[in-house]
Design a binder for this molecule. Structure first.
Ligand SMILES: *Cc1c(COP(=O)(O)O)cnc(C)c1O
Length: 496
């Protein structure tokens, strides 16, 4: 199966090329030429398999130029052993909701589901496309993505990774997660500035022909780990199919029965993967697009107008603090085709907003409902889920559950609901404690301990152990000297 750009660039390319390239030359995102529809029987046959085997089957449909053995080895390295401590994506019950927990990986956030396997898909893609240079992944991070990318890419073949984070812009736990990262191919720097400075610095390096040339001489090319890469999106389809199988296996639903799904949404990658699973034939009814007070998507689904010209809110669900949801482009492409999609994206770039036609809006509304959740409601939901159902959830997950309840209230729809849980509550201990009515403590590691005592639950070992790990990366860099840090790293690496 080949891949095409959402903005219509003519040439179709194999999946390995799409993964290596990341983004199409016309600025569009890669999408499979067709979405492989499957019978209910096919989904049923996956029910008896392990998560790894389910992943191999689903990935095999989309990554036709990868062999079964290659995909098995990648999935085994990503999800096998102790990495996820058993089932990579278990479904648990909380009240009438089924919760899909996607945070049992090494960094306790759902980005592990994609970033643990994507590096292996990337290494294989370099091989398959005959690439003789090595990839240097550059990441500017406001916290979670940096650690998840570092952990995923550590020791990946023919790939180096360098992460820049704002010196005073990440939490102490996030900082410690990054500065203690192991691996011979990794580098981490604090930037003297805010997240925008770090991101601008990275973007400048990508756009600088002199940098490209210098790196080329060292046998390197630049690449990114962000969520518009198809290699990051495709592993996310797997867990929807897996969750459905688990719900049927445990008797929550009968096979063939529809479920609804609520997804805490930022860049629209996770919920888009759910939509693709639906298009493949998985019995999904409505998808609830759940936002925090950065509710640009809620407005879009309501009015058909996407308008980023608005205030940015800093919330307790920071991974959803986003004004441009890049993967929405893939939905627009599926709903209205490449020509219209290219037009919308041009308007967004030129004016900061676009309006889709009513046909496109109607078609999208058949599958999606959108709601948003205020800061107060997020906290109330955390407290309520814990006191009523004994389920401790993080602020992002709380936004999803709140919005699902709003949908049920509005429609009376009693289709079984799957709520996607995207982070461990211990990743956001201070906010969760405060939602439970506890006084804040200044030391974040003390918060973790306090949350354990208060709730009788246990923090993921990787988070509690962090406190005692020695730091490897303590250097910081001026925001206009990031180039030099990259060149130094490249020099060091090419000696190996
Ligand atoms: C990244 C992230 C999200 C948003 O997912 P998208 O695929 O960007 O929509 C939600 N919750 C958490 C905890 C995240 O890290």
């Amino acid at each position: 199966m080949n891949y095409k750009s959402t903005r219509g660039a003519a040439q179709a390319i194999p999946s390995s090329q799409a993964i290596k390239q990341g983004i199409s030359s016309d600025g569009g995102l890669f999408m499979p030429e067709i979405i492989p529809a499957q019978t209910l029987e096919w989904f049923k046959e996956l029910s008896d398999k392990s998560y790894i085997d389910r992943a191999v089957e689903v990935l095999g449909l989309f990554l036709a130029d990868f062999t079964h053995d290659e995909l098995y080895s990648a999935a085994q390295k990503a999800y096998g052993g102790e990495k996820f401590g058993g089932h990579a994506a278990p479904v648990v019950k909380s009240g009438y909701m089924n919760i899909l927990e996607l945070w049992h990986g090494p960094t306790s956030a759902f980005k592990d589901m994609a970033l643990q396997i994507m590096p292996h898909l990337m290494s294989l893609s370099l091989q398959k496309t005959g690439e003789n240079k090595k990839a240097l992944i550059l990441v500017a991070t406001s916290g979670d993505t940096g650690k998840a990318a570092l952990d995923g890419y550590a020791e990946a073949e023919n790939i180096y990774i360098q992460v820049f984070y704002p010196e005073n812009g990440v939490s102490p736990v996030q900082k410690k997660q990054m500065t203690t990262q192991k691996g011979s191919n990794v580098s981490v720097f604090a930037v003297k500035g805010n997240f925008d400075d770090a991101q601008t610095g990275v973007k400048k390096i990508f756009a600088d022909p002199e940098m490209t040339e210098k790196l080329q001489k060292k046998g390197l090319f630049l690449s990114s780990a962000n969520s518009i890469n198809w290699g990051r999106l495709v592993p996310q389809i797997v867990y929807y199919i897996s969750a459905y199988a688990d719900m049927a296996n445990s008797g929550q639903i009968s096979f063939g029965q529809k479920i609804n799904v609520t997804v805490p949404t930022g860049n629209f990658g996770n919920i888009l993967a759910c939509f693709i699973a639906k298009k493949m034939g998985l019995p999904i009814g409505k998808m609830i697009c759940a936002s925090n007070s950065n509710n640009v998507l809620t407005d879009f689904f309501e009015t058909g107008i996407y308008d980023r010209r608005r205030d940015f809110h800093t919330t307790i669900s920071p991974s959803m603090d986003i004004l441009i949801s890049s993967n929405l482009e893939r939905l627009l492409y599926l709903a209205s085709g490449a020509d219209k999609c290219a037009g919308f994206m041009k308007e967004l770039a030129d004016t900061g907003f676009y309006r889709v036609d009513s046909g496109t809006l109607q078609s999208i509304k058949a599958d999606f409902e959108a709601f948003w959740c205020s800061e107060e409601d997020t906290k109330a939901q955390i407290a309520d889920s814990f006191s009523v159902n004994g389920y401790l959830c993080d602020p992002h997950t709380a936004v999803g559950i709140f919005c699902a309840n709003k949908y049920i209230e509005k429609t009376g729809d009693n289709t079984p609901m799957l709520a996607v849980s995207t982070a461990s509550p211990y990743k956001f201990s201070s906010s969760v404690l405060s939602a439970l009515g506890e006084q804040a403590v200044s030391d974040e590691f003390a918060s973790i301990k306090l949350l354990e005592d208060r709730t009788g639950t246990t923090a993921p070992a990787a988070l509690s152990e962090l406190k005692n790990l020695g730091e490897r990366f303590t250097d910081s860099v001026e925001k206009d000297r990031m180039c030099e840090a990259v060149i130094d790293f490249a020099k060091n690496m090419s000696k190996h």
